[in-house]
Design a protein around this ligand. Structure first.
Ligand SMILES: [Zn+2]
Length: 451
């Protein structure tokens, strides 16, 4: 999400936080991405891949044997087609219609409009009802069963009906904004980013927007990457409000990112402003990298995606430098090839993975520059393999990068024998996490493979 990627509060001290996070990510992403293929309690869902330009199915022409009969579509009188949103858990679809003959078949079709995908997928729900000349049916989309959608998601829906004579019609597609209406949102827009907030004055929003723009400029300067499509950033007043926007929130959830929708939401107030700015920089980087490399085959390796996001937050936090030095001194650095798979959920390995990713990106940027990184992202957008992309742009594969980087990092962080020791695990666990790095890569990758 490509998918839902919640991250923790900055001061989370829970020992088992990463495990919890992984579980939540996997659960929420799995559920969320199941939304377009919603299981329904009373009907039979069916995914139908549709061309974006596909026109609604037209009713068959009236039979020549019955010339007096009006056009098939004219025989249905749709009295009400509506949907009642109940964010974040439910959408209730309603249809009221009548026909001279018994209505025998009703299907609801819906699709999430602004989710990035190569093929538009519409879900079809077979409505169970008693056939009759007049029908009044409802279908609840219960997101506790299918996974939630972010505030700002747009759903398009339409109905198809058939009568006993074989006539059929299709209602004009309508759109519903699934918005979090618990708050009176204000918004400001600048350079493809719309920032929504409801608590705090204009200068609070302006300060956050300024940090958004700085993060985008920093990313563009370093990598040449930029937003290709608009994104939305929802600033909730606190983590409790954030959790109210989620189907299955955890007590440590401080925000979430939906890369396929280009939507981030975070709980930020004056007490965690700096954390919030870091989280924004990190998450925006993921959205930009996603937009720059989106293809139906493969996503960039985790070390590159997380490395760019962490690098975009600024200098590497001392805790991460410590993790890196400790691994160097104990000769336990991970291979670049292993960092091309989802990161470990265990705190110590996770910190090292982020630290190494940062350092790998730092090495590539400081040694080969912006243009090569942009080239690398472009090659990935063509669906290239990890080794193939590196070889094409830099002339070495993952193992070659590993060798070159180890020599670089040894120069970057010269070790003094006897001074560097592995960090105590408790210190790693209890340190304040830099913003946004608590995202679960495993869940993301799994989600992407499912989508
Ligand atoms: Zn990340």
């Amino acid at each position: 999400m490509k998918g839902l990627r919640p991250f923790k509060l900055p001061l989370d001290k829970l020992i088992s936080k990463d495990v919890k996070r992984a579980v939540l990510f996997i659960l929420t992403v799995f559920l969320f991405l199941s939304a377009a293929t919603a299981c329904v309690p009373t009907g039979k869902p069916l995914d139908v891949a549709q061309d974006k330009t596909a026109a609604p199915v037209e009713a068959p022409p009236a039979k020549p044997a019955e010339p007096a009969k009006p056009a098939a579509t004219g025989q249905f009188n749709v009295l009400n087609s509506s949907v009642i949103p109940d964010f974040p858990g439910k959408l209730l679809f309603n249809l009221k219609a009548e026909n001279g003959a018994n209505i025998t078949d009703i299907r609801l079709h819906y699709t999430v409009v602004d989710r990035e995908a190569f093929a538009r997928v519409a879900s079809e729900v077979f409505i169970e009802f008693t056939p009759g000349a007049s029908i009044d049916v409802q279908w609840p989309w219960d997101m506790r069963k299918t996974g939630g959608l972010p505030t700002g998601a747009i759903i398009e829906y339409w109905w198809t009906l058939k009568d006993a004579r074989g006539n059929q019609t299709e209602t004009t597609p309508a759109k519903i904004n699934f918005d979090d209406k618990r708050y009176a949102w204000q918004s400001i827009t600048e350079n493809n980013v719309t920032l929504y907030w409801y608590k705090g004055n204009q200068s609070f929003a302006d300060e956050l927007m300024a940090s958004v723009q700085q993060a985008l400029v920093r990313l563009a300067d370093n990598t040449g990457a930029h937003l290709k499509k608009p994104v939305k950033l929802y600033i909730y007043a606190n983590s409790r409000d954030v959790q109210g926007a989620m189907i299955f929130p955890q007590e440590w959830t401080g925000g979430a990112a939906f890369t396929e929708f280009g939507i981030i939401f975070l709980g930020i107030d004056s007490s965690n402003l700096e954390w919030g700015k870091g989280a924004i920089a990190h998450e925006l980087s993921h959205l930009v990298v996603h937009q720059m490399t989106f293809n139906p085959y493969i996503e960039p390796p985790p070390w590159l995606d997380e490395g760019l996001a962490t690098y975009n937050q600024g200098a590497l936090d001392a805790t991460f430098v410590g993790a890196l030095k400790a691994a160097m001194s104990s000769n336990s650095l991970s291979s670049t090839r292993s960092l091309s798979s989802p990161f470990s959920a265990f705190p110590a390995q996770s910190y090292l993975a982020y630290a190494q990713s940062y350092s790998l990106v730092e090495y590539l940027l400081t040694t080969y520059g912006q243009s090569k990184m942009l080239e690398l992202l472009t090659v990935f957008s063509e669906g290239s393999s990890y080794d193939g992309a590196l070889k094409k742009v830099y002339g070495f594969d993952m193992d070659g990068l590993d060798t070159a980087w180890r020599s670089y990092v040894a120069r970057r962080y010269p070790l003094t024998k006897g001074i560097i020791r592995p960090l105590p695990l408790a210190l790693i666990r209890n340190s304040i996490e830099p913003a946004g790095i608590t995202l679960d890569r495993l869940a993301r990758v799994r989600a992407e493979r499912r989508s």
